[in-house]
Design a protein around this ligand. Structure first.
Ligand code: NAD
Ligand code: UDP
Ligand code: UDP
Length: 310
C-alpha cells in the first residue's frame, strides 16, 4: 500500500483519480484549496479509512510524508483560470516548485498534469509531443499556457539537476461526470443548456475542433504513466484522437438529450485554438494505452450525471 498525495484532489480529474487509487488499495492524501473543486466531488470518500483531506494552497510550502505525488492543482477552464490570472501562474509555477521540492526531499516520483495548451494555437496538425507550440505569451490564455510550460521546464530541470523521478502528461480536453457545471467548458455548457432548454452558445462559427477524452480513459492513462518504467519521463500526450467541430458536438448533445434548444452564435474568445488533436503513438507504445470510450457513450454517461445535479 502506498500513501499518495494528489494536489487538486477535490477537482474533476483529482476526484476520479482518488477513486482509482483507493480502488487499487492505496491511501490518498487529497490536497485542495477548493478554488474550483468541491467537497461534493469527494463526499463519498470523506469517511473512507484510506482517504484524508487537507485544505491547503500549493503556492505555500507543504511538509507531509508520502510515497508518490500527482500534481493536478490548477484551475483548468478558461473562465476560471482567467478570473485571477496572476494566481493561475503562481499555482502552476510556485506550486510546481513546492511539489518538486517535496519530491526531491522524499526522493519520490512526481507526475505533472500538463496540457495540450502547451501547443497553443497549433500550426501542426495533429500534434506530436515533439511540437514546440504556438503560444501567445501576453494574451489572456498565457497565464495558463505559459504557467504550464514553465512547470514542464521545472520538472525537467529538477530531473536533470536533482535526479527527481518525473512523469509529464499532456492532457487533451477531458469530460465526464463531476465536471463543474459553471466552469464554462464546452461539454458542460452544452449539456446544461440542452437539459434546461436554453440556447446553445457556439463561439465563433463553431468549425473549430477539439478531441474529447472520457474521464475513465484519461485516468487509466495517468495511472499507467505513473507506473511506467523509471526512465520514461514523457512528455506524453493522453487524449482521444477523435476530432469534432463544436457544431458536431452541439448536434450530438441535442440528439442525445432530445432537447429543443436552438444554436446561437457568440464571438470567438481571443486566442481560441482553431484545431486540436493528439497523436498518441507514444502512449500506445510506452504505456499500452489507448482510449476505449467513444464520444457518444461518454456523453450519455455525462448527461446522466448532469440530470442528477442540475
Ligand atoms: P478542476 O478545476 O476541476 O480541478 C483543479 C483542482 O485544483 C480544483 O479542485 C481546485 O480547487 C484545485 N486548485 C486550484 N488552485 C489550487 C491551489 N493554488 N492550491 C490547491 N488546490 C488548487 O480541473 P480538472 O479538469 O480536474 O484539471 C485537473 C488538472 O488537469 C489541472 O492541472 C489541469 O490543468 C489539467 N488538465 C485538465 C484538462 C481537462 O480537460 N480537464 C485538460 C488539460 C489539463
Ligand atoms: N518544499 C516543500 N516541502 C518539502 C520540501 C521543499 O514545500 O518537503 C518547498 C520549499 O519551500 C522550497 C521548494 O519546495 O521553496 C523548493 O525546494 P528546493 O529544495 O528545490 O529548494 P530550496 O529549499 O533549496 O529553496
Ligand atoms: N466553446 C463554445 N461554446 C461554449 C464554450 C466553449 O463554442 O459555450 C468553444 C470554445 O470557444 C473552444 C471550444 O469550445 O473553441 C472548447 O472550449 P473549452 O473551454 O471547453 O476548452 P479549451 O478551449 O480550453 O480547449
Amino acid at each position: 500500500m502506498k500513501r499518495i498525495l494528489i494536489t487538486g484532489g477535490g477537482g474533476f480529474l483529482g476526484s476520479h483519480l482518488s477513486d482509482r487509487l483507493i480502488a487499487e488499495g492505496n491511501e490518498v492524501l487529497c490536497m485542495d484549496n477548493f478554488f474550483t473543486g468541491s467537497r461534493m466531488n469527494i463526499h463519498h470518500l470523506l469517511d473512507h479509512k484510506n482517504f484524508e483531506l487537507i485544505r491547503h494552497d500549493v503556492t505555500f510550502p507543504t511538509y507531509v510524508e508520502v510515497d508518490e505525488i500527482y500534481n493536478l492543482a490548477c484551475p483548468a477552464s478558461p473562465v476560471h483560470y482567467q478570473f485571477d490570472p496572476v494566481q493561475t501562474t503562481k499555482t502552476s509555477v510556485i506550486g510546481a516548485i513546492n511539489m518538486l521540492g517535496l519530491a526531491k526531499r522524499l526522493k519520490i516520483k512526481i507526475l505533472q498534469a500538463s496540457t495540450s495548451e502547451v501547443y497553443g494555437d497549433p500550426e501542426i496538425h495533429p500534434q506530436p509531443e515533439s511540437y514546440r507550440g504556438n503560444v501567445n505569451p501576453i494574451g489572456p490564455r498565457a497565464c495558463y499556457d505559459e504557467g504550464k510550460r514553465c512547470a514542464e521546464t521545472l520538472f525537467f530541470d529538477y530531473h536533470r539537476q536533482h535526479d527527481v523521478k518525473i512523469k509529464v502528461m499532456r492532457i487533451f480536453n477531458t469530460y465526464g461526470p463531476r465536471m463543474n457545471q459553471n466552469d464554462g467548458r464546452v461539454v458542460s455548457n452544452f449539456i446544461v443548456q440542452a437539459l434546461k432548454g436554453k440556447d446553445i452558445t457556439i463561439y465563433g462559427n463553431g468549425k473549430q475542433t477539439r478531441s474529447f477524452c472520457y474521464v475513465d480513459d484519461l485516468i487509466d492513462g495517468m495511472y499507467r504513466l505513473m507506473n511506467s518504467r523509471d526512465s520514461f519521463t514523457g512528455p506524453v500526450n493522453i487524449g482521444n484522437p477523435g476530432e469534432f467541430t463544436m457544431l458536431e458536438l452541439a448536434e450530438k448533445i441535442i440528439d442525445l438529450t432530445g432537447s429543443k434548444s436552438k444554436l446561437v452564435f457568440q464571438p470567438l474568445p481571443q486566442d481560441d485554438p482553431l484545431q486540436r488533436k493528439p497523436i498518441i503513438d507514444m502512449a500506445k507504445n510506452e504505456l499500452g494505452w489507448e482510449p476505449k470510450v467513444p464520444l457518444e457513450e461518454g456523453l450519455k454517461k455525462t448527461i446522466a450525471y448532469f440530470e442528477t445535479v442540475i
